[in-house]
Write a protein that binds this ligand. Sequence first.
Ligand code: AMP
Ligand code: GLY
Length: 427
Amino acid sequence: MNILIIGSGGREHAIAWKIAESPKTDQIFVLPGNAGTRSMGTNIPIDVNDFDGIKMAVIENDIDMVIVGPEVPLTNGLHDFFLSDRLLQNTPVIGPVKAAARLEGSKDFAKAFMEKYNIPTAAYKTFDSSNIEEGIAFLEQMNAPYVLKADGLAAGKGVLIIDDLNQAKTELQEMISDAKFGDASSKVVIEEFLSGIELSVFVLTDGNSYVLLPAAKDYKRIGEGDTGLNTGGMGSVSPVPFNDKHFREKVEERIIRPTIKGLVNEGVNYKGFIFFGLIKVNEDPYVIEYNCRMGDPEAESVIPRIKSDLVDLFEHVANNSIHQADIEFDQRATASVMLVSEGYPEKYEKGKPITGTSSVKNCVLFHAGTSIDIENNIIKTNGGRVIAVTAYGDDLGSALEKAYENAELIDFEGKYYRKDIGFDVEF
Ligand code: AMP
Ligand code: GLY
């Protein structure tokens, strides 16, 4: 099969790396890809939201399957675009249709869905310009800290957690009346603050049944000890030690199964990954958010732990037969450390030559923001998150040790990484 992966991050490189080992794979294309995915196949320099460009690429390259990495093309309806096009409708797309991607694309939709299907989540109410005064009154009844969420996609910046009531009221007004996050904050979800430890749980579903993938923990803040600004993710580990059998059973029974049933009941045919952003409060799981895709950098730790043929699993998704799928995991642990550009997640420079990638040992490099200067054969930085260094180990401690040894070998001007990935889990 010729397979097209949409996206350009470490997640897409990890997917390409994994499907490259499948005997079913002929050629891999990544759109637009990065310097790492270029070594797995062909990069196609087209924007992920250029649906007509994607159509051309599918036709020209005889693509048999499309795997969508990031959320934006999904919430923009890329899968629906395929279904409604005579030339594309028989090409399977791994990634949900627009109506199902709303689980990520609209916090209000996701909260209402969870309420309807009795899925544990923080208590909430949604406000817009028509009832902003009620929003202010709602904040007054709540206890600090106040959690305010822009309804729509806001590039990971739309969640505010505020200690001071007056500041929370001001922010609510700015989000709704001053469009602080553009259209995304024309509606705002205000919810109860939950205190606990977070983890990311993933399934691959064909819309009726699912396979559970290894869970992971990601580290979103830029600074050690989970301090400073939120980023796309600074590292990840899998498995998650506190996600034991007992807890996993609660997650499946209270969250995963009701979510799949709810989707069936809503009449949306969800095909692809569902990412459950969970928090463990005392001994119980609650949903913080849904995402309609794999996590990044969770994918860099989770995908290497899948032993089964991933193309096979994707075919089961496309053919509604995931209940027949056998999924086997690597029992080893994995850890991923993200090397980022100085200044990230704020302003940073690009174009810094990267050295040392050929000296690494006992690890896998998943490129994120990299590009290649073909004339001089130099790999350069091309984004905030540059490369994820992923290593296996008999336990998380040894996986982390190997990832860190190798993280030191790679160099570029302004390289930064967190040295405490995995600090909050016991291993
Ligand atoms: P989200 O974009 O919904 O994942 O939110 C970003 C981050 O905000 C989450 O990863 C949590 O750390 C935090 N967060 C979101 N909602 C809550 C909540 N209700 N209680 C506590 N923390 C939250
Ligand atoms: N690592 C979090 C995310 O992919 O949204």
